[in-house]
Every structure is written in C-alpha cells, then in structure tokens.
Design a protein around this ligand. Sequence first.
Ligand SMILES: Cc1ncc(COP(=O)(O)O)c(C=O)c1O
Length: 487
Amino acid sequence: MTPPDLQAAFDPEGFRREGHRAIDILADYLARAERGADLPVVAWQDPERLAASWPAEFPAEPSARLPAILERALAEAMHLHHPRYLGHQVAAVLPAAALLDLAVALLNNGMAIYEMGPTASVMERIVCRWLASLLGWGEGAGGVLTSGGSAGNLTALLAARQAKAGFNAWEEGAGGGPPLCVLASDQAHYSVARAVHILGLGRGGLVAAETDGSFRLRAAALRSALAAAGRSGRKVIAVVASACTTATGAFDPLAEIADFCGEHGLWLHVDGAHGASAALSAKYRGLLAGIERADSVVWDAHKMLLIPALATAVLCRDGSRSYAAFAQEASYLYADPRPRDEWQNVSLRTLECTKRMIALKVYGALAVHGTRVFADHVTSSFDLARRFAERLRAAADFELGAEPEANIVCFRHRPPGATGTAAGADLDAVQRRARRRLLESGRFYLSETRLPAGLFLRAVIMNPLTGEDDLAALLDAVREAAGPGAG
Ligand SMILES: Cc1ncc(COP(=O)(O)O)c(C=O)c1O
C-alpha cells in the first residue's frame, strides 16, 4: 500500500489548491516586475550571506508551505520581466509559455524515443521544420531541439566532423586521421572553443580568423587562417560563423563565408543562438543573408523567441546529416540497434537521453500567440538598440563600443575630466564601479565586456517592455553610479 504521506503528496485536489495559489502569487509577481517601480531588478545579496540564510538541511516531516518557498524564491531572483533588466541573453518569457512549461514538468515525458513522448516528438519535428523554412531551407532540412546553444554547437560540430574528417572519427577517435581543426573568429561564443576541446581537437583545434573594426569575421582572413592551419599540419573541417556574436551582436558576413566554404569543401556552421531569430523580422532578416547556404544552424528559442530556457534548435540543411552527430548503437532503446534516420526517436541525434518536452512550450506559444509577436519583438528590440545608440552618440560623456546590429549595445561612460587613455585602467574602473553599484542598488542590471579599447558596459534589450525612457534613465543612473562618492 502507498504510505499515506506519499499518497497525500500526489493528491490532485492538493495540487489544484496549491496551483491556484501559486498562479496568483506568480501573476502578482509578474505585475510588480513588469511595472518595475516597486521592485528592484534584483535584491542583491552577497553570495555567502544568501547561502547562509537558506536552511541547508531537510526535515523528515513536511515542514514548509509551497507558497512560502515560492514567494521567497521570487523575491530573491533576478527579475527578467523588469523593464530595467538589460542583462544576459535570456528571454523575459511569455507567461503562456511558462504555463506550457508547467505542463512539461508535470508530464515529464522523457522523449528519448517516440514511445516516451509521442506528441512532443511530433511537435518537435513541426517546430524544427518551421524554423528551417524561415532559414530558406526546403523539405529535406531537419533537426532536433536540445538543451542550450552550447550543447547545440557541440552537436553541430560532431556532425561536421563525421561529414568532413575523411575518416570515421566516431569510431576511430580524434586521432584516427590527420589532426583536425575548425575556423572561427575570436568573437565566437566560448562554447565553440569548448566543443572543439570536447571533440578532442586540443590546443590548435580552433584557428582564429581576424575580425574587422565592427567585430565581424573578415571573410578574406579565412584564407590566411586556412593556410595557417595547413602549415601546422591540421585539416580544416568547418567554419563557425556567428549570427550574431555574443559580446557586441555583430553578424558575420554569411554569404562570403559560404562562398569560402563552398570553394574549400568545408562545413559551414552558423551559431545563430541569439541572432537567427532575425529571420522572423522582415526589416532585419537581411542580416542573415547567406544563412540558407549553411550546413547547420543553432538557434536558441530561449533568447529571442521569449521561451523559457532551455530551448535550442540544431538544424541541418540536409536533415539526414544530423544523425551523424551521434552515430551510436543502443540496443535497449532502439529495436534495431543500427543508427537510422528516424525523426521520431529524437535521442538518435541529441546528447540527452531523458530530454524535456521542449517542443511543447515552443509549439504551444506559437500556436497561442501566432508568429507576429515574435517578429515584432525582434524588430522592436533591434530598433530600440539603434535609438539607444543615437542617444549615446548624442551624449558627450558616453562612447559606443560598436554600432549595434542586433539588440546588444556596448558603451562606456567617460565622465567629464576623466583622466587616462581610452584603454586606461581608470576608465575601466569607472565602468566596473558603475555596473557594480547599479547591480547592488537593484536599479538596473547589465553586463560588461572587454573590447580592444577597454572595458564596456553591455546592455541587451531582452524585455519587450523596456522602453526608451528606461534607457534614458540608464544613462543618468550610470553617471550617478560612476562617481567616486556614489553608492
Ligand atoms: C552566440 C552564442 N552562442 C551560444 C551561446 C550559448 O548558448 P546557451 O547559453 O543556450 O548554452 C550563446 C549564449 O549567450 C551565444 O550568445
């Protein structure tokens, strides 16, 4: 017999009661976060202090109420729905997508094989095909959803290696043929370098091609990078282009890079974790010109598509190629232990075995809201970044780090009378101090990045509710927080 406590824990009526209460708490929270006025972006606490304040042991008997845990977790979280959240590239999610994610958590279909997630497998195929069609790909394209852009880049590069190594690297290992390498700019996301190391390509496995003054990979520099790889005895298998880069949001020139890859028989992988969503925007899709010639593309729905993390598509122009990434047998999962092209068994082409029903929240959000809100979000956030850049240009005491192409704006404050060169440590200290004080005060959250000229503040406009007034207020807040006595 099921012990009474366990039975009670699964009581549907208890779930209904707690669920209604939880939704009320979350809706009240959302209202406060979106209003912004009476909630800090984050109620900052020192990590050790925060760690010490949470009970680290669990009683044998039920002791806490769910609302209490929830309310405290909400109070202490980073508030992405706050209009003054301008931090890392994670979406302020659509509330409907969060509800769908609740169903994902409750259903917990493991997804490895069709039997363990029939509907989500079908939705996944539809979502991937739809995303592929936005890239300009045809019927033969396909892919999977996986847990994040980092896992996505690894997956795509595994497929690239199987396609281009000239030997079966899955069977023989990285040492089964000539040493391999990948070309990318030094602005590529760190997960690319990580993937290269995981692939066993080691130091020298990633050869950097130069960027131009706008942090875009210079297609002409690929030639010298290819030659440099050849001189060190490396066989190049792929070029990774960024659309866009993480630090400044620069879009690499995909058409020229595709020409180069075509000429040299290389796999073109586009890391579109952030910027592939520009494909939805009639105004900005030109930034991706040439993406239709890529062999693989990674696209995060938890960045610009307003979906809860993690939700990444790994797409291949030739869908059958994506099965090469994990060319492995698993007789306990698949009836016939040979790898086959079976879209319905998603674990054939992902790192995960048990996988969340990622597609339910993506498919559901698209079905509920329609596609236009997603296109509008991309267009308006990219527009707003351009208007923010104009404001920065007009301010004598601010400098732009780069012209924004996406919704990422790097800038720094140069207080009147600031000493030091552009790259001077004192100017770096001004930015560091300002960012830290804004974080600690909860007035704004933004990140920072190092560019050749020095340290820059980095505002990413992720929240559709962020307005021009928030960005105007940001400049005043930076001025104030940068002062030596502020704080
Ligand atoms: C260009 C790019 N690629 C990959 C990633 C990693 O994605 P994830 O955080 O989903 O692993 C990021 C994250 O910011 C990114 O900006």
